[in-house]
Each structure stands twice: as structure tokens, then as C-alpha cells.
Ligand binder design. Structure first.
Ligand code: NAD
Ligand code: UDP
Length: 313
């Protein structure tokens, strides 16, 4: 039995990861400050003797004897990470330093939940790991993008300078049950608007693209990444390379929900990336034959069913 620390464990992705790690027979410490996460996401785990909840902020040092650390603590939705941009940078950078320091002390392997945002508004398409990106260092998204880029730098430096075992995964847009209703990201926004027959808010003309991965595919990839040999440090992209425009996504959600909602167009937020699609060749080589298995229709249906229940209360 391994003891595993999941920072951001009460969030959307972290809570699914806690479920999976416990199912695999591990002991899990879930660390969270509940900024965007919720007890509701982990309430079913609170009675499990192998699950421990620590209310803690990752910007402060944390001590525990653990074998593995998954560092997910960081708000991921633009509206939330832009609320307090200084705190977002601190969470990424000081959180990385604290988790890397812990990993160094207890000789744990530490996995960083990095992001496709390190590519910014990419001029290379699809994005391979060797592409350095096109990021505005002083724009509204920079607290997140540059925070995550600096975290990658710290991970690589702790590996090279101190021999810490690191794994960097660059996660592309992921969706599924347990996104919060006020998360603000596109999939949850569109589904909730459609279920309530409200206008579907498309930002810009809806021609910008994203590639959406269902949460179970990501969790499988995270577990496989942690299990790779020590010489595989990443960064490795993880995502579903099937690309959709936001207009296509809106139409799909309206069809699948049978909604009466209309599509309405709002201003495009500044620095909103125009296109995004992962090159997943490295993941397919290194992650135990990993590939996405849930297509967008199937994943949306499961997510719609989840939000239907949530809205009913
Ligand atoms: P989320 O907002 O649901 O989860 C983030 C969790 O971190 C929340 O539980 C929040 O309360 C916690 N947190 C935030 N700041 C903290 C702090 N200072 N100390 C302790 N806990 C803190 O978002 P998510 O989608 O589950 O994302 C999880 C991680 O994966 C993030 O690091 C995010 O950057 C990364 N990621 C997610 C996606 C995606 O599409 N979902 C894509 C790329 C990267
Ligand atoms: N978006 C949209 N309507 C919304 C929310 C988001 O059209 O209600 C767009 C947003 O402008 C972006 C895309 O959907 O082009 C994905 O946005 P999200 O916030 O989910 O993630 P990110 O921009 O970080 O990929």
C-alpha cells in the first residue's frame, strides 16, 4: 500500500483521482483549501479509513510521509484564476516549491498537473511538447500560464539539481461530472445553460477550437504517468486530439439536451487562444498504450446526466 498526497484533491479532477487511488488500494491524503473545490466532491470518501482530508493552503509548507504526490492545487477556470491573480501565481509557484521540497525530503515521486496553457495562443498546430509556446507574460491569463510555466521550470530544476523524481503532464481541456456549477468553463456553462433553456453564451464568433478529454481518460493517463520509469519525466501532453469549434460544441449540447436555448454571441475575452489540439505521440509511446477512449458525445451525455441531477437538487 502506498501513501499518496493529492493537492487540490477536493476539486473536479482531484476528487476523481482520489477515488481511483483508493480503489487501487492506496492510502490517500487529500489536501485542499476549498477555494474552488468542495466537500461535496469527496463526501463519499470521508468515512473511508484510508482517506484523510487536510484543509491546508499549498502556498504554506506541508509535512507528511508520503510515497507519491500529485500536485493539482490551483484554480483552473479563467474566471476563478483571474479573481486574485497574485494568489494564482503564488499557488502555482510556491505550491510547486513546497511540494518539490516535500518530495525531496521524503524521496517521493511528484507529478505536476501542468497545462496546455503553457503553449498560450499557439502558432504551431497541433502542439507537440517541443513547442515553446506563445504566451503573453502580462495579460489577463498570464498569472495562470506563467505560474504553470514557472512550476515546470522548478520541477525540472529540482530534478536536475536535487535528483527529485518528477513527472510533468500537460493536460488539455478536460470535462466531466463534478465540475462545479459556477466553474465558468465552457462545457459546464453550455450544459447548465441548455438544461435551464437559457441563452448559450458563445464568446467571440465561436470559431475558436478546443480538444476535449473526458475525465476518466485523464485519470488513467495520470496513473500511467506516475508509474513510468524514473527517466521519463515529461513534459508529456495528455488530451483528446479531436478538435471542435465552440459553435460546434454549443450545437452538440443543444441537440443532446433537447434544449430550447438560443446561441448568443459575447465579446471574446482578451488573449483567448484561437486553437488548441494536442500532439499525443509521446503519451502513446510512454503511457502504457494510453489513448483516449471516450468520445465527446458519450462524455457529454454522462456530464449532462450529472448536471441534471445536480440541478434537481
Ligand atoms: P478545480 O478548480 O476544480 O480544482 C482545483 C483544486 O485546487 C480545488 O479543489 C481548489 O480548492 C484547490 N486549490 C486551489 N488553490 C489552492 C491552494 N492555494 N491550496 C490548496 N488547494 C488549492 O480545477 P480542476 O479542473 O480539477 O484542475 C485541477 C488541476 O489540473 C489544476 O492544477 C489545473 O491547472 C490542472 N489542469 C486542469 C485542466 C482541466 O481542463 N480541467 C487542464 C489543464 C490543467
Ligand atoms: N467560452 C465560451 N462561452 C463560455 C465559456 C467559455 O464561448 O460560456 C469559450 C472561451 O472563450 C474559450 C473556450 O470556450 O474560447 C474554452 O474556454 P474555457 O474557459 O473552458 O477554457 P480555456 O479557455 O482555458 O481553454
Amino acid at each position: 500500500m502506498k501513501r499518496v498526497l493529492v493537492t487540490g484533491g477536493a476539486g473536479f479532477l482531484g476528487s476523481h483521482l482520489c477515488d481511483r487511488l483508493l480503489n487501487d488500494g492506496n492510502e490517500v491524503i487529500c489536501l485542499d483549501n476549498f477555494f474552488t473545490g468542495s466537500k461535496q466532491n469527496i463526501i463519499h470518501l470521508l468515512g473511508n479509513p484510508y482517506f484523510e482530508l487536510a484543509r491546508h493552503d499549498v502556498t504554506m509548507p506541508y509535512f507528511a510521509e508520503v510515497d507519491e504526490i500529485y500536485n493539482l492545487a490551483c484554480p483552473a477556470s479563467p474566471i476563478h484564476y483571474q479573481l486574485n491573480p497574485i494568489k494564482t501565481v503564488k499557488t502555482s509557484v510556491m505550491g510547486a516549491i513546497n511540494m518539490l521540497g516535500l518530495a525531496k525530503r521524503v524521496k517521493a515521486t511528484v507529478l505536476q498537473a501542468s497545462t496546455s496553457e503553457v503553449y498560450g495562443d499557439p502558432e504551431v498546430h497541433p502542439q507537440p511538447e517541443g513547442y515553446w509556446g506563445n504566451v503573453n507574460p502580462i495579460g489577463p491569463r498570464s498569472c495562470y500560464d506563467e505560474g504553470k510555466r514557472c512550476a515546470e521550470t522548478l520541477f525540472v530544476n529540482y530534478h536536475q539539481q536535487n535528483g527529485v523524481n518528477i513527472k510533468i503532464l500537460r493536460i488539455f481541456n478536460t470535462y466531466g461530472p463534478r465540475m462545479s456549477q459556477n466553474d465558468g468553463r465552457v462545457v459546464s456553462n453550455f450544459i447548465i445553460q441548455a438544461l435551464k433553456n437559457q441563452d448559450i453564451t458563445i464568446f467571440g464568433d465561436g470559431s475558436q477550437t478546443r480538444s476535449f478529454m473526458y475525465v476518466t481518460d485523464l485519470i488513467e493517463g495520470m496513473i500511467s504517468m506516475m508509474a513510468t520509469p524514473n527517466n521519463i519525466t515529461g513534459p508529456i501532453n495528455i488530451g483528446n486530439p479531436v478538435e471542435f469549434t465552440m459553435k460546434e460544441l454549443a450545437e452538440k449540447v443543444v441537440n443532446l439536451t433537447g434544449s430550447k436555448s438560443k446561441l448568443v454571441y459575447h465579446d471574446l475575452p482578451k488573449d483567448d487562444p484561437t486553437q488548441r489540439k494536442p500532439d499525443i505521440a509521446l503519451a502513446q509511446v510512454h503511457l502504457n498504450g494510453w489513448q483516449p477512449t471516450v468520445n465527446l458525445n458519450e462524455g457529454l451525455q454522462k456530464t449532462i446526466a450529472y448536471f441534471q441531477n445536480q440541478i434537481k437538487g
